[in-house]
Design a protein around this ligand. Structure first.
Ligand SMILES: Nc1ncnc2c1ncn2[C@@H]1O[C@H](COP(=O)(O)OP(=O)(O)O)[C@@H](O)[C@H]1O
Ligand SMILES: [Mg+2]
Length: 641
């Protein structure tokens, strides 16, 4: 028991801050000492996120240039761990906040995140709100339902002078409730008005408000601006501010954030309040009372069809004018898509073993379902290029400019399979298998099933079935074949390196028309034509293209060495592929026999066990999942041979 109590006490004292309590006069002194204390909402939010750390990425140095077309890009530490491939969206969001912080027009705009389901809009808004919850407490007029900035007490006539003395910018007028108190409780002596502090809290409804979408019937503008308290209408005259319950979203979210979920599901009338809030930074109050000042960041999100419907109605022009839209597309980079699932699974209580390549296979499917077909290459090549991989074709790295591909498919990523769909498939794979692991095989099956059951649009369903049933499946079989063969080759790296060294010696001699020297006998020999050909044909280099390939390889390697760089068998992608393929094909037959045969002799059984062990120790399979993929390989690979 006392343990619990200790824990509770410890947490309480850690989370406590010394809440300031004083008068407006004391507050003025605080500002005089530190004018930065006074911040409007956009600026506070911007500074809060920036303070976690920020780095300007040198767009020339890495592949960011390709991704952002040479735009300058900043990385914000705050979002780094949780968001993948959203740099561009985050940069636009931060740019919006920054210029709003400088009181640009953006401070009078709604920021709208528009994109397909599961693209991360809600998650991003959650993160933004959470940042405020971690920010320093802010000062407000004690008892104010809007937690308003105490400087609102300053009468108009004194403001310019105070702005100069304090070095701050003043905006906004006292709310009706505080004005009433000022007159009745403090006889107009605003210097005595009490000032205190608060932190931000969404659940505590302090500075963060969320407006869920409402249907036309239950829609009531009081959700936004509060109500008149009927029980008090008997006590006070109609225009007495004491009847006001200023607990609407624009009251609660003052100083911080108002989030509008699926904003266009709301009726137009509802949206007018939002326009006023942005245009005038004021919102109506209930009944016959004055408008109240509003200073907050308005964040909205919606999907594309809602946006299109809304945009097409010309009566909506006024509000369209008040919207800064940021597109939030799906991720099109395989590696980043995989990270999303790793993150989601890491947070869930999903405890099953996930065999290697499982999330990759699922991600290949979702990414390819989002890609528009290209004139320049097939879907999987496009996916690989987007992922920053080198694609080899006829012995050369395929030269396709990623920018051309993007140019060709503008607006890509707004349609396709969602992250949620994939998570459902992963969960279903586990439930169906009744065992405590999932593999690429069970996930492929699960995806097929879900596609058949869930996708209504026939064209899209067919396209998805083609992708999962053939493109992804074949790619996975290639990966698996490689992996099994590698598990079969003892000392794989050393063998590959030895093949590489020999090839390079021969290719150089061939190119420079020299002889090669046997390392041991010192005997001079002609280059080994047969050996070179055996390597080259692995990647389809035959006939007259051999000379070119050999001199390319030689030139490439020696240029690297001259620069003092180390070369090894992985240095030149086409040659690496050739060597691996040579090595793998040399053990293919053995691998096939050992995995396929129902009855293994002692030697084969030993080899098989060793292979399973390697797959467990080096690739991260469990015994069960290794068996499953090996069985799959023996049934689906090497069938014709
Ligand atoms: N680019 C991304 N990086 C990290 N997580 C992402 C990304 N895109 C989606 N997610 C995750 O996918 C899930 C669904 O996203 P969500 O924010 O609910 O989408 P939306 O609101 O756009 O429909 C969330 O768990 C979210 O964290
Ligand atoms: Mg959402």
């Amino acid at each position: 028991m006392s343990n619990f109590l200790n824990l509770i006490k410890k947490q309480r004292s850690a989370s406590k801050y010394e809440k300031f309590k004083g008068t407006f006069l004391d507050y003025l002194q605080i500002i005089k000492d530190n004018p930065e204390t006074v911040q409007l909402a956009h600026k506070r939010l911007y500074e809060t996120i920036k303070e976690f750390g920020m780095e300007t990425v040198d767009v020339d140095s890495d592949n960011y240039r390709d991704i952002f077309n040479g735009d300058k890009i900043r990385k914000y530490d705050y979002f780094e761990k949780e968001f993948f491939g959203m740099e561009s969206v985050i940069n636009k969001l931060m740019r919006f906040l920054k210029s709003a912080a400088h009181k640009g027009e953006e401070s009078r705009q709604v920021l709208l995140l528009m994109g397909p389901v599961g693209a991360g809009k809600s998650a991003l808004v959650e993160a933004v709100k959470a940042s405020l919850e971690s920010s320093k407490p802010f000062y407000y007029l004690e008892g104010c339902p809007l937690k308003e900035e105490p400087l609102h007490l300053l009468p108009r006539g004194l403001r310019t002078e105070f702005e100069e003395i304090l070095g701050v910018h003043l905006e906004g007028d006292l709310c009706p409730v505080c004005r009433h108190r000022l007159i009745t409780d403090f006889k107009g002596k605003y210097e005595n008005f009490p000032v205190t502090q608060s932190t931000f809290s969404q659940r505590g409804r302090r500075g963060i408000a969320v407006v869920p979408p409402m249907d036309a019937n239950s829609q009531d503008v009081s959700v936004l601006i509060g109500t008149e308290d009927i029980s008090k209408l008997d006590l006070y005259p109609e225009d007495d501010p004491r009847v006001l319950s200023l607990n609407g979203a624009f009251n609660v979210g003052n100083r911080g954030i108002v989030e509008l979920v699926e904003v266009f599901k709301n009726e137009i009338e509802f949206l007018h309040t939002i326009i006023t809030a942005t245009q005038e930074k004021r919102v109506p109050s209930p009944g016959k009372h004055d408008m109240v000042f509003f200073d907050g960041v308005i964040l909205a999100h919606c999907n594309e069809s809602e946006w299109n419907r809304f945009r097409s109605e010309h009566t909506n022009e006024a509000i369209l004018d008040r919207i800064v839209k940021i597109n939030v597309p799906y991720i099109l980079e395989l590696n980043k898509e995989m990270k999303i699932y790793e993150k989601i699974l890491g947070r869930s209580d999903f405890k099953a073993h996930i065999a290697p390549h499982t999330l990759k296979v699922a991600s290949m499917f979702s990414v390819m379902s989002r890609l528009k077909p290209s004139q320049k290459c097939d879907l999987i090549t496009k996916m690989k290029i987007y992922n920053g991989e080198e694609v080899i074709e006829k012995g050369r790295v395929k030269k396709i400019d990623i920018r051309d591909l993007r140019e060709e498919s503008r607006g890509e990523g707004m349609k396709g399979i969602s992250t949620r769909f994939i998570m459902k498939c992963v969960d279903a794979a586990l439930t169906d298998s009744e065992s405590n692991y999932i593999t690429p095989i069970s996930v492929i099956e699960s995806i097929k099933k879900q596609v058949n059951e869930q996708l209504i649009d026939e064209d899209f369903r067919e396209r998805c079935l083609e992708i999962i049933g053939s493109v992804v499946r074949e790619e996975y079989l290639k990966i698996l074949e490689n992996e099994i063969a590698k598990a079969f080759v003892t000392a794989y790296e050393e063998q590959a390196q030895a093949l590489f060294d020999t090839y390079l010696d021969n290719a150089e001699a061939h190119t420079t028309r020299a002889k090669i020297k046997d390392h041991i006998t010192k005997e001079e020999m002609e280059p080994d034509e047969q050996y070179m050909r055996a390597i080259e044909e692995q990647i389809g280099i035959t006939g007259s293209s051999r000379d070119g390939f050999r001199s390319d390889v030689t030139a490439y390697m020696f240029a690297k060495m001259r620069r003092g760089e180390k070369v090894n068998y992985t240095s030149y992608e086409p040659l690496k592929e050739a060597i691996e393929s040579y090595l793998i094909s040399s053990v293919k037959d053995m691998a096939r026999i050992v995995t396929k045969s129902k009855t293994r002799d002692d030697e084969q059984q030993k080899k098989y066990s060793e292979m399973v062990q390697t797959m467990m120790d080096e690739y991260g399979y469990s015994a069960d999942s290794a068996e499953e993929v090996l069985t799959y390989a023996s049934n689906n690979l090497w069938r014709d041979s």
